[in-house]
Write a new protein. Sequence first.
Length: 177
Amino acid sequence: MADVQTAHTGYLEPSVLRAARALLDDVFAGEMTDADWEHALGGMHALAWEDDAVIGHASVVQRRMWIGGRALRTGYVEGVGVRADRRGRGVAAALLDELERVIRGAYDLGALGTTDMARGFYEARGWQLWQGPTSALTPRGIERTPEDDGGIYVLPVAVELDLDGEIVCDWRDADVW
Ligand SMILES: CC(C)(COP(=O)(O)OP(=O)(O)OC[C@H]1O[C@@H](n2cnc3c(N)ncnc32)[C@H](O)[C@@H]1OP(=O)(O)O)[C@@H](O)C(=O)NCCC(=O)NCCS
């Protein structure tokens, strides 16, 4: 089983961050943009190591979700990927164990935008599909993000969530969810 390291972005060597980015470039077959990677920075990373190779990565960064009239402190999971030849061995589960511990200890809820292939993985871990409409708080005001409806999962922690209600994420460049 791989060794799991957890560290804030600020404590990771540039070479380690480059290795994590390279892994995600492989995992997402070149579809990981600079903005996608930037979204995974500034929080806690969980890295799976096998000898001196990074074979898995996930991170959690702080965002605000406007839900039920409150701006809730949210641990937003980004950059989840395991090297193709190391899947099915519990690596992603070990990474999420660490990140969910951070989320439970530090945030009102967890949230993430999933790929279709990973839905079952998150559901088995207790993440719940947000059923209501999704929006973003843009520089122009709140705008609907219909293309993200049905693709956002949350991990309730400190507050009860009405999964049929509206969820509004804070603003960032490129993909807001
Ligand atoms: C999704 C992904 C991260 C899973 O990594 P992994 O290391 O193979 O997952 P694990 O071996 O830790 O799986 C843990 C459990 O989840 C299950 N699981 C894993 N992937 C699953 C999936 N896609 N659907 C349903 N269940 C899944 C496993 O069967 C295992 O169940 P068990 O505990 O009952 O044995 C990996 O397939 C991947 O990198 N995919 C491509 C990138 C991607 O889609 N990332 C998600 C972005 S949101």
